[in-house]
Design a binder for this molecule. Structure first.
Ligand SMILES: *[C@@H]1O[C@H](CO)[C@@H](O)[C@H](O)[C@H]1NC(C)=O
Ligand SMILES: *[C@@H]1O[C@H](CO)[C@@H](O)[C@H](O)[C@H]1NC(C)=O
Ligand SMILES: *[C@@H]1O[C@H](CO)[C@@H](O)[C@H](O)[C@H]1NC(C)=O
Ligand SMILES: *[C@@H]1O[C@H](CO)[C@@H](O)[C@H](O)[C@H]1NC(C)=O
Ligand SMILES: *[C@@H]1O[C@H](CO)[C@@H](O)[C@H](O)[C@H]1NC(C)=O
Ligand SMILES: *[C@@H]1O[C@H](CO)[C@@H](O)[C@H](O)[C@H]1NC(C)=O
Ligand SMILES: *[C@@H]1O[C@H](CO)[C@@H](O)[C@H](O)[C@H]1NC(C)=O
Length: 287
């Protein structure tokens, strides 16, 4: 992909993007897991990361979020809740994966993990990840973009839900009187026989005026309501504040978000678009 100056996607929302990233967590200790990243200050257009240098571009959050009312509990994002795990499973496809972990402590608080993309904020993207979610009821796995609480587009998997249910939202999802905004939030179905506790490719496309969601390449949701229109951070997290959406985990409960790989194509306002003179070389990323 080194010669590509634009990256294109398919689906109901075709589009071109200037940047491509592939973070591969399947074999990070392999001898040949060398990154082909350049160390230039400018953001290279295309990069594949297979070793532990992903830590340079993703920040593992450390933050205490104290409960601000009686319906929720204290939660702490801690970098140690995000780590590379050696697989003990009988699969030749991967020897490692990334894990985001959450647990409810004896003092009643929640430990959680959040992983922020810090290389760039994005203006439109297609985010895909091969992931699975497991563990105690009362946690949320989030794959989303974020500007502020009223500008974000989300995929959320709730461990209290059946493994066939997945939530898609554009914030805000409720109005000032706390009424749900029609078309801004969905409790949709995973494709038949493709539960979220097994490995599935979740995909979020955020494009001008529309958000579209897919599982394993099949469209599972779409909306034109409350679509963000300002630059966003890209975030993955595994959390619970014990509130009415997440649910409250039993003390000692544990839940996991495992990720084999993460792929993103995006535009960004942060740098000059490189290679924009002359005819673009468009690479189709779906193959
Ligand atoms: C996208 O293209 C790939 C490869 O050609 C194909 O397998 C997939 O079904 C397509 N997906 C959509 C949503 O069109
Ligand atoms: C992507 O870029 C190519 C080359 O400039 C162009 O032909 C194509 O129409 C673009 N596609 C979209 C969806 O903008
Ligand atoms: C991303 O930027 C490229 C280059 O400026 C442009 O052709 C493309 O339409 C943009 N994509 C989106 C989804 O806005
Ligand atoms: C995982 O395996 C690698 C090498 O195979 C080893 O260096 C590392 O310490 C192991 N990590 C854990 C948490 O066991
Ligand atoms: C992205 O946006 C956040 C919040 O607005 C900001 O703190 C951060 O510095 C931005 N990151 C980049 C790389 O521009
Ligand atoms: C979120 O950001 C948008 C765009 O910058 C702004 O209009 C809106 O007021 C912000 N919302 C909050 C809750 O700060
Ligand atoms: C989502 O929908 C499923 C299937 O209808 C249901 O079992 C589940 O309780 C719903 N989840 C929430 C949080 O409402």
């Amino acid at each position: 992909t080194n010669d590509c100056t634009l990256f294109s996607i398919n689906g109901s929302t075709i589009g071109n993007f200037t940047h491509y990233r592939f973070y591969d967590f399947r074999d990070v200790y392999a001898d040949d897991a060398a990154a082909d990243s350049s160390s230039d200050d400018a953001i290279p257009q295309s990069r594949t990361i297979r070793d532990n240098t992903w830590m340079d571009q993703w920040s593992r959050r450390d933050q205490l979020k104290e409960a601000w009312n009686d319906n929720i509990i204290d939660m702490e994002y801690n970098a140690r809740n995000i780590y590379i795990e050696n697989s003990t499973e009988d699969s030749g496809d991967y020897s490692t994966f990334l894990t985001l972990y959450t647990t409810r402590l004896a003092d009643g608080s929640q430990q959680a993990g959040e992983f922020d993309y810090v290389e760039a904020n994005v203006t439109y993207l297609s985010l895909r990840l091969l992931a699975r979610v497991s563990g105690s009821s009362g946690a949320v796995a989030g794959f989303f973009t974020y500007h502020n609480d009223t500008s974000e587009t989300d995929i959320e998997v709730l461990t209290r839900d059946p493994t066939s249910a997945v939530h898609y939202s554009n914030q805000p999802t409720a109005d000032d009187e706390d009424n749900i905004i029609a078309g801004a939030t969905f409790n949709n179905s995973m494709p038949p026989g493709q539960p979220w506790d097994d490995w599935q490719v979740h995909r979020l496309d955020w494009l001008p005026g529309q958000s579209v969601w897919y599982v394993n390449g099949v469209q599972t949701g779409a909306t034109r309501i409350n679509v963000p229109d300002v630059a966003q951070m890209v975030i993955l997290n595994m959390w619970s504040n014990g509130g009415s959406f997440a649910g409250r985990m039993e003390v000692g409960g544990e839940a996991y978000l495992n990720v084999q790989w993460l792929e993103m194509v995006y535009n960004t306002t942060d740098v000059e678009t490189p290679g924009s003179d002359g005819d673009p070389t468009v690479c189709f990323i779906e193959e």
